[in-house]
Design a protein around this ligand. Structure first.
Ligand code: ZN
Length: 283
């Protein structure tokens, strides 16, 4: 069974498993506001359906996600209009730093945190490049299955910011590797990502979907209630170590960087960021 609302597809390829698919391959699945809310709706649909035990997040095309769609030239209020806001707040039309803070708190940090806490196991099925905001879709998932060509990077320091909004970097990369990757804008390949524990399995590209669904089917044999309790227990353990406070502190600095760039350049990110990468890596 397959249905399409264009930006995100919702399928149930095997019993008890929903497979949600990012579907903007022409833009390498760049995330505009509409795509993120379509993804949120798909996650909600799977979360609300008691027949679904495991949720897979996949992506069409050669690359999982190129990150936030920097070509989305709308005000925050215009971008959010018509969408079902998940946080109890407003201020999206605010002047100064207010509108951007509200938008990023809701659309970037709010959605990623919300997806992390879906009380069902989630698996990211990842191929090709995962750049910056792409990490904010992969990391909220509980497990990551990567094809051998997968690469993970956050190049946002080059844009004059600390990192992307969902600052899970130290927990995903480890402290020292997080610093190296942020400082250089470099990427982490699938094999090394597996070696440091960020990725659960590395599989050949042509077997990515099959292997991910096999893993999902194995998990779907378990009690949904026990799975929920296990997930909450692990997430609670991580958060008891201070992760929510660290995320909020980094998010505040991230907003400072946007305000700083606006003062310097009149836009939220350094417009010359591509000049900081060798030509072959520029994108
Ligand atoms: Zn931002």
């Amino acid at each position: 069974m397959s249905e399409s609302n264009d930006l995100v597809l919702y399928t149930t390829p095997i019993p008890k498993v929903a497979r949600i698919i990012l579907n903007r391959p022409a833009t390498r699945n760049a995330q505009n506001t509409d795509l993120l809310y379509a993804l949120n709706a798909a996650f909600d649909r799977a979360a609300h359906d008691d027949e679904i035990v495991v949720i897979v997040l996949a992506a069409n095309g050669p690359h999982f996600s190129s990150g936030h769609d920097l070509s989305e030239r709308r005000t925050e209020g215009e971008a959010i209009a018509g969408h079902d806001i998940v946080l109890p707040m407003g201020g999206f039309d605010g002047v100064g730093a207010e509108g951007r803070l509200a938008y990023e708190e809701e659309v970037f940090l709010g959605l990623s945190e919300r997806w992390r806490n879906i009380p069902k196991p989630t698996i990211a099925e990842v191929q090709g490049k995962v750049i910056a905001g792409g990490l904010m879709l992969v990391w909220p998932c509980d497990l990551i299955v990567a094809s051998d060509d997968a690469e993970f990077s956050d190049n946002v320091v080059a844009m004059g910011a600390n990192a992307v909004e969902f600052f899970n970097h130290p927990y995903e990369f480890g402290v020292r590797k997080a610093k190296e990757l942020l400082f250089t804008g470099g990427s982490l390949g699938a094999v090394e990502a597996h070696a440091i524990g960020m990725v659960n399995r590395v599989v050949p590209r042509e077997r990515l979907t099959e292997e991910t669904l096999e893993l999902a089917a194995r998990i779907a044999l378990m009690s949904p209630f026990a799975l929920k309790l296990a997930k909450k227990s692990v997430n609670n353990a991580q958060d008891a170590g201070g992760r929510p406070s660290a995320i909020q502190a980094a998010f505040g600095l991230h907003q400072l960087s946007h305000s700083h760039n606006n003062l310097l350049y009149g836009v939220a990110v350094d417009p010359d960021f591509l000049a900081r990468f060798p030509a072959k890596e520029a994108r």
